[in-house]
Write a protein that binds this ligand. Structure first.
Ligand code: G6P
Length: 613
């Protein structure tokens, strides 16, 4: 989704805005723009199509000096990517200039109203309509920014995080939020706003989260918050410390964020495991409010998430069912809203989200709350919307994840679900103390085993050459391997643009086999001892139709004779193989993307944090 930034202080605003936009580029990158107030009557707006670098180039030849401004990186919804549709947008007299992340659903109706009042429109965007609506109320009632913003908010349906500059209030930048994320931060003689923490980390790690239906202003020395009635609520807002290092948003020695984040996995997983083990190596969820007694009382688990986080849920549900004796139901958050199944009051709903801002996932959380189902958020961003509304939050300690395709957050979510499942199984008396200990011991070996896979990166890099020219790749697996293969397939398709799909291996014969020929690559994942032989038969089925096969298995099995290429991972408890299997498959996707000359950090048409339905 789009990213917005705002700055007011003593430094050159354009530098702060461009740096912030670069940090937020993962939220959208089809066009970008900034508006800088050069003096009380002049606002310079510069926009360009394409990545932020295009904007940087354009601005470098211009003389833009001012210490206040707003910026935007766009992921288009209304109106194609183009300079005219890029933000900032403005009222015709530049009385109001603004940037917006979100969607105004009733923009057409609002536009017609404004057309009747002699407004005209230069872009196809809903944002231009919203900016002009604020301008309309501001002028009609002569009521100042807070009331004009609030009147426009009440009339608008949809979601927004807004940053605005008013001509008459040249020492302030105004903001408002509903549905889309927005944070505010204060430095020494300067203030900031942004869609997300990474944009501001090099300036400050102390932020305010703006809640829905709040608006306010930032100036050099003051931050103000107001509610929908226009009442000052600044005293009620809490400053939150983010414990991420400023350096963690840099690429360091790596050419892309994705490969950096792949390599950060051992450390991130270690930190995440440690956060849920006490000094005696017992699993501890009590510090986030989940007691053994509560776990014991549960008789069903629901899991709701989108994208890769949903794939974590698919693995987690199988582990829960394997060891806890209770059922787990996993649903795409975007589909859950259309389902009307009876919800068990003794169930816990686990909501998984890296960003904590995905709209579909957040709505699943709200639906659980309406049904009086307790919610546990597994989330990477402290203070994000989902963590604020969930009953319990288990943070993952992946640090900021910038590449659009998730790697380290996925891996950290997996280990939290492993630990949760073991705690649940133990509290329900489904596993004894020695199994409990040995499962924890197995999980603790994951980081070092991932290290050993990463040490063999060059093998995967060469194997990627076999994929760059492929048009179709199928991933197959059974059980936990099937769940894992869905994530592997998503990784490959999102960053290499190769059509790839994941199939339950047992389903091949029910349709997919007709697609297999010499041009197709099949990646078979077979890490589960009890399913091994069946998987070997599936490999043979593919081979006998001319398909090429890459098999992935633990190093205690040998399928080399049956496949064209083989990847091995260290042996581990079969429940936890997804944590190891995913590593070479992330690398395979990454190097295939590189081999095709694609920027793996910013796949076309995708955004990391999706705050629309
Ligand atoms: C987007 C991203 C995916 C991510 C999904 C859910 O589609 O491109 O990588 O898995 O959103 O995001 P979340 O932040 O909720 O985990």
């Amino acid at each position: 989704m789009c990213g917005i930034v705002g700055y007011i202080g003593n430094n050159n605003a354009k530098d702060v805005l461009l740096e912030g936009l670069k940090r937020l580029e993962y939220r959208g990158y089809d066009s970008a723009g900034i508006a800088v107030r050069c003096d009380s009557s002049l606002v310079e707006i510069v926009k360009s199509e394409g990545k932020i670098d295009n904007l940087v180039k354009k601005i470098s030849s211009l003389n833009i000096n001012g210490t206040k401004g707003i910026g935007h990186s766009r992921w288009s919804t209304h109106g194609k990517p183009s300079e005219i549709n890029a933000h900032p947008h403005h009222s015709d007299d530049y009385n109001v200039v603004g940037v917006h992340n979100g969607i105004i659903e009733n923009y057409q109706e609002l536009k017609e109203k404004l057309l009747r009042h002699d407004y005209s429109f230069y872009s196809e965007t809903d944002t231009e309509v919203l900016i002009k609506l604020i301008d309309y109320y501001y002028k009609k009632y002569n009521i100042g920014p807070v009331d004009a913003i609030n009147k426009a908010i009440v009339r608008s349906r949809g979601s927004f995080a807004l940053a605005l500059m008013f001509k008459d209030y040249s020492d302030q930048i105004w903001f408002a939020k509903k549905g889309s994320p927005l944070i505010i931060a204060k430095g020494e003689g300067e203030s900031f706003l942004a869609s997300d923490v990474p944009a501001l980390l090099s300036y400050t790690n102390k932020v305010y989260y703006v809640d829905d239906f709040e608006c306010g202003s930032i100036s050099k020395n003051e931050i103000k918050f107001y509610d929908l009635n226009g009442d000052d609520i600044t005293d009620t807002k809490k400053l939150v410390s983010i414990d991420w290092e400023a350096d963690s948003v840099n690429k360091g020695i790596y050419p892309y964020y994705m490969i950096k984040e792949i390599h950060e996995q051992p450390e991130a997983i270690k930190e995440t495991i440690n956060a849920y083990l006490d000094k005696n190596n017992n699993i501890d969820f009590l510090h986030i409010g989940i007691s053994e007694k509560y776990l014991k009382s549960l008789d069903e688990i629901y899991i709701y998430a989108c994208g890769s986080a949903y794939h974590v849920g698919l693995v987690g549900a199988q582990i829960i069912e394997n060891i806890t004796g209770i059922n787990a139901r996993v649903e795409l958050a975007s589909e859950f809203k259309y389902r009307n199944y009876h919800m068990n009051p003794n169930a816990l709903a686990i909501i998984i989200s890296q960003s904590g801002e995905t709209k579909d996932t957040y709505e699943a959380l709200l639906k659980c709350k309406e049904s009086n189902i307790k919610t546990l958020a597994i989330c990477n961003v402290k203070g994000s919307t989902i963590t604020r509304d969930a009953d319990f939050t288990a943070l993952t300690y992946a640090g900021p994840e910038i590449a659009v395709a998730t790697t380290k957050a996925y891996s950290c979510q997996l280990v939290v679900l492993y630990l949760f499942s073991i705690a649940l199984a133990f509290s329900k008396g489904q596993i004894d103390i020695s199994r409990y200990r040995s499962l924890i011991e197995d999980i603790s070996t994951i980081p070092q085993k991932i290290e050993s896979i990463l040490n063999n990166e060059s093998t995967i890099q060469s194997l990627a050459q076999r994929l760059v020219n492929k048009k179709d790749v199928f991933f197959i697996g059974r059980g936990i391997d099937y769940a894992l293969s869905m994530e592997a397939s998503l990784k490959l398709k999102e960053i290499s643009y190769i059509h790839s799909d994941s199939y339950a291996a047992g389903e091949l014969k029910h349709g997919t086999l007709s697609l297999i020929d010499e041009s197709v690559m099949v990646i078979a994942i077979l890490t589960q001892p009890d399913l091994f032989e069946k998987m070997v038969s599936n490999i043979v089925e593919v081979k006998s139709r001319g398909g090429k096969v890459i098999s992935l298995t633990t190093d205690n099995f040998n399928v080399q004779v049956k496949s064209d290429y083989n990847i091995t991972i260290p042996t581990i408890n079969p429940l936890f193989t997804p944590s190891l299997s995913i590593i070479p498959l992330q690398l395979l996707a990454y190097y295939t993307s590189i081999g095709k000359g694609i920027d793996p950090d910013k796949p076309k048409n995708l955004a990391k944090s999706v705050t629309v339905e």
